[in-house]
Design a protein around this ligand. Structure first.
Ligand code: ATP
Length: 329
């Protein structure tokens, strides 16, 4: 597969009041053509810095960046026509309508006016397109921003928090829109904190923590690589749970007993559990591997799971010693 986006060894240190602040520390990222790729990380982990660097808005200290195979920023002028992006909430003229705004942008970019209606339709603003932007809700402004990035019909669409401010219906529409765009061959990179949504939308993800990649790859592989092998076991007779727990512990398994089930960890072969218990006339009614979700993997990898009684500070996330976790993109 062709990489639409490649980043290797990206570093960036800001000069801040409190001293130099290393925002990116050998960061890597690969996105293949036609993918919807989720870019995830805690607050302050370096996502916006990465995206701004790709668009030539920030000069990196070092690193190799390529868009559509071209090195950036050196050859950004040659590829920028194929890249649509919203990296910061764009400001629109409040007295213009959405249609006027897009029309102006199409003119400025030498793009056909027919794209205006196409983009308005796609983001669901067609029926409100004549109203002034200042009367729009946050979610409607967000839709207009996406429409403005779509005008170029880009090969690569980069969206920083596209679901910000959208209602549940809007989030679902955004998801459908991504699917439509990706089916048409567009590659989409989106940063988001709505992990359930990312799990539904994205083919692949990169997770960043304190400026380094901590996981990357197809969503299913990342989940698989970080699933803890948990299995939930319930018995036909709940009264047999403690006897079953004893059997399984004696067989070297680790478990937690709950009122109506046992939760086993590190189980490679769930069938073995059923066999061990059946040998003692203990019959399982449920034997279900518990799949990790993206949120739990994210919290584990970035070390940002809430701890009762502690207020986590923004820079308290995990930075691995090495940049990789073994899952490749
Ligand atoms: N102009 C700047 N000057 C100094 N430090 C900066 C500057 N911009 C970003 N930083 C710092 O760089 C780090 C990475 O910031 P960045 O905005 O890339 O994070 P992010 O992952 O996009 O966060 P969020 O999810 O909160 O948007 C943070 O510690 C931030 O404070």
């Amino acid at each position: 597969m062709t990489a639409v986006l490649e980043i290797q060894g990206l570093t960036k240190t800001y000069r801040a009041r409190g001293g130099p602040r290393r925002a990116l520390d050998g960061f890597e990222m690969y996105v293949e053509a036609g993918q919807v790729h989720g870019f995830l990380g805690p607050n302050g982990s370096g996502k916006t810095t990465t995206l701004r660097t790709l668009l030539g808005l920030i000069r990196p200290d070092s690193g190799d960046l390529r868009i559509l195979g071209r090195p950036v920023p050196a050859e950004l002028p040659q590829v920028i026509a194929h890249v649509g992006a919203i990296v910061e909430s764009p400001q629109f003229f409040p007295h213009f309508s959405a249609r006027d705004t897009l029309s102006l942008l199409a003119d400025a970019g030498n793009l056909p006016q027919s794209r205006v209606d196409w983009a308005l339709e796609l983001v669901g603003l067609r029926d409100r397109a004549k109203e002034r932007v200042k009367t729009y809700s946050l979610g409607m402004k967000q839709r207009l921003a996406v429409a403005s990035a779509l005008l170029k019909q880009p090969k690569l669409l980069i969206l920083d928090e596209p679901a910000n401010g959208l209602d549940p219906g809007g989030i679902r529409e955004m998801r459908d829109m991504m699917a439509t765009l990706s089916a048409g061959g567009m590659t989409v990179v989106l940063s988001s904190h709505i992990l359930g949504e990312v799990q539904l939308i994205c083919d692949s993800v990169t997770i960043i923590s304190l400026g380094r990649r901590v996981a990357a790859g197809p969503v299913a592989e990342v989940l698989q690589a970080h699933s803890s092998g948990q299995v939930r076991v319930a018995l036909e007779t709940a009264a047999d749970l403690s006897a079953a727990a004893q059997v399984l512990v004696a067989a070297g398994m680790q478990l937690q007993a709950h009122a109506d089930h046992l939760m086993l960890t590190g189980v490679d072969k769930p069938a073995l559990v059923a066999r061990l218990l059946a040998e003692r006339q203990l019959y399982v009614s449920e034997l279900a591997p518990v799949h990790a979700d993206l949120e739990s993997v994210f919290l584990e990898l970035t070390g940002t799971a809430p701890v009762p009684g502690q207020a986590r500070q923004v820079d308290q996330s995990v930075k691995p010693d090495t940049a990789q976790d073994g899952v490749s993109a």
